[in-house]
Design a protein around this ligand. Structure first.
Ligand code: GN1
Ligand code: MG
Length: 373
């Protein structure tokens, strides 16, 4: 997908309308408006033409990254059906606001492929709900409960029902292998200027592959996880209560450390994921404690080793994101959308600083977890 084609699609209302025509949308809707969220897919909001009718969330799936769109969409359908059944069984009300709903195409498929080879999907929009970049301790505690509940809801879904929408997605050994390939090729000629980053990554390799080793030894289990628990992937209602977990693209078996760590990477960071000012970046232990309290209350299935490793999970996810952003920088920015030329390098340095900050407070995190158990 070239940049000019990207621009052409976002600007061309007729193209977008044509795409929407392929979905089983029963009511009249306004023109799609682009939304700046995420750094992988392109998202648009499609408002109902008349008040009181349904609005929609249209996305172009990045099929260079999600190469098995069929499997990806099937996963989402399986996961949302499963959660819906759990909500009904629990006697919940307002279920349409608590779980995502895919809108099929007019011929009953879960996505539409254009003649040019782009993939599109539509969700029903959850009204009066917002995502947040920063939480208060009380909203963090409720969010911890929500993610713990999410994992519990999926605990009885057999792994074999889901495909890995991106194989080895949160496998750090694989991510380090990709980094090594990028370093060998050095296609963009950026390696020489990054010796300090390479050294910082290398020094931690063995420690950061601990979870994969424990898994091989049969000591650390896998569960179905969300695998993208950035703080902005949960919707809140107007009273600040979490209602629905969104962005289900990467729901797959993995370590609970992934979901715990990715949340802390974004929510318990006083800076931004791509902060240019590294002095902004510290660990917010208040958010850490509040989220952990909520999470441990709901995630009753956790084994002792999983609980012990939670602070390690925070470091693992910051490390993994350092490695992933850095690999993309070395590869000449082919994976993540960037807003300016050095963006991936800035992201790399910001994630590395977060990791260093997390290392400083590792003992405090452990003490908090002991206290909460
Ligand atoms: C990507 O685009 P978004 O926000 O859904 C990425 C995550 C990263 C995140 C970093 C499929 O997520 O793994 O943690 O960027 N998703 C994929 O901001 O690679
Ligand atoms: Mg995502």
């Amino acid at each position: 997908m070239t940049k000019s084609r990207d621009d052409e699609i976002s600007k061309n209302t007729n193209t977008m309308k044509e795409i929407l025509n392929h979905f089983a949308i029963p009511n009249e809707v306004a023109d799609p408006k682009p939304l700046k969220i995420g750094i992988i897919n392109d998202s648009f909001i499609v408002r109902a033409a008349k008040p009181g009718e349904r609005s929609y969330f249209l996305q172009r799936i990045n099929h260079h990254i999600f190469q098995n769109v069929e499997g990806l969409q099937r996963n989402i359908q399986i996961v949302t059906d499963h959660i819906r059944r759990k909500l009904i069984a629990a006697g919940e009300t307002d279920i349409d606001r608590k779980v995502l709903e895919l809108v099929p195409t007019t011929d009953g498929k879960l996505y539409y492929k254009t003649p040019e080879g782009d993939y599109w999907r539509v969700y029903v929009l959850i009204e009066n709900a917002t995502s947040q970049e920063k939480l208060t301790p009380s909203s963090a505690e409720l969010t911890g409960e929500a993610f713990g509940r999410f994992q519990c809801q999926l605990a009885d879904l057999p792994f074999s029902e889901l495909c890995e929408s991106i194989p080895n997605f949160h496998n750090i050994e694989f991510r380090l292998w990709q980094l090594d390939e990028a370093l060998k090729a050095d296609v963009a000629g950026r390696k020489a200027a990054c010796a300090d980053i390479i050294e910082a990554i290398d020094r931690r390799r063995e420690d950061m592959c601990l979870a994969e080793r424990l898994f091989r030894e049969g000591k650390l289990p896998k569960h179905i996880n969300h695998c993208d628990t950035k703080v902005n992937n949960i919707l809140f209602d107007q009273s600040g209560k979490p209602i629905c977990i969104v962005d289900l693209d990467t729901v797959m078996p993995g370590f609970v450390l992934s979901d715990f760590g990715d949340f802390m990477r974004t929510a318990a960071n006083t800076g931004a994921e791509d902060d240019k000012n590294l002095d902004n970046i510290h660990v917010n232990l208040e958010i850490f404690e509040a989220y952990t309290r909520g999470y441990l209350r709901e995630a009753t299935f956790l084994t002792e080793i999983e609980k012990q490793l939670l602070p390690y999970g925070c470091r693992l996810l910051s490390y993994m994101q350092t490695v992933r952003f850095f690999t993309d920088w070395l590869n000449g920015d082919t994976y993540y959308k960037i807003q300016y030329p050095e963006h991936n390098l800035v992201r790399t340095r910001a994630q590395l600083r977060l990791l260093e900050e997390q290392e400083k407070v590792a003992d405090q995190m452990t003490a908090i977890i002991r206290k909460l158990q």
